[in-house]
Design a protein around this ligand. Structure first.
Ligand SMILES: *Cc1c(COP(=O)(O)O)cnc(C)c1O
Length: 230
């Protein structure tokens, strides 16, 4: 039996310890509970211990949960692959999108963001390890995309996100996160004012916090293993 309350309390404590260890302000590390594939019932257990920020990867599934939980004051983050036929729904139902990696996706999100909602918070997903197969924009294309997004009125460019390839060595886990941090610093020298680094998951949260993560995206350590039934 998964004890979501216990998992969350332990995870918050773990984040505090890591923050202290790496001289980070724990208030500058937001914990996103990645609830994809998990039922609304489990999300309610997290809400009961004060969790308010949730992340989803599949639009249809996410909208169902957002509607089921519409009585609650929650902040929903989209972290999945952006399909063009789902962009209108993403723009309407989420507060943040972490996985923007093309100008077209950005323009469409801006176009469909309803006028009566605050600007959509955006992270550009960067492929720091430059793997051909991985999602995310390559470094060479990052600045032009960031400039374009800056100019879109209904988007608020907040920062960068990355999903590195799986690695179980702590020192090696830090490398892509260090790289993302340095890229953020470079952009901020050009007045992009990015305040967000979305990096770190269940298996590499320590490496991400060590390198400056301001949002960590944690699923398994809170909700247990995911079961995909497709
Ligand atoms: C599923 C997912 C996570 C959560 O991963 P865990 O290993 O379960 O913590 C984080 N980020 C993204 C983009 C994901 O798709």
């Amino acid at each position: 039996m998964i004890d979501i309350k216990k998992n969350l309390l332990e995870l918050r404590q773990h984040i505090k310890v890591l923050a202290k260890q790496y001289q980070r302000d724990p208030d500058h590390i937001k914990l996103l509970a990645v609830s994809k594939t998990h039922p609304t019932e489990k999300i309610k257990q997290a809400i009961a211990v004060g969790q308010t920020c949730f992340a989803e990867s599949y639009v249809q599934e996410a909208i169902r949960k957002i509607q089921e939980l519409s009585q609650q004051q929650l902040e929903w983050h989209f972290i999945g692959r952006i399909q063009s036929n789902k962009i209108r729904d993403i723009a309407k139902h989420f507060t943040w999108v972490h996985s923007v990696a093309s100008l077209k996706a950005a323009q469409q999100l801006d176009h469909y963001r309803p006028d009566n909602m605050p600007p959509l918070n955006i992270c550009i997903q960067v492929n720091v390890s430059e793997e051909a197969s991985k999602a995310g924009i390559h470094l060479a294309e990052l600045i032009p995309l960031a400039q374009h997004i800056k100019a879109l009125p209904k988007l608020n460019l907040r920062g960068l996100m990355t999903i590195p390839k799986i690695n179980h060595d702590f020192t090696q886990q830090r490398q892509p996160y260090r790289k993302l941090y340095l890229v953020q610093q470079a952009l901020n020298l050009q007045d992009f004012n990015l305040d967000t680094l979305s990096m770190g998951m269940t298996n590499d949260i320590a490496a991400a916090i060590a390198e400056g993560a301001t949002i960590v995206r944690v699923g398994t350590a809170i909700f247990g293993e995911r079961i995909y039934d497709e």
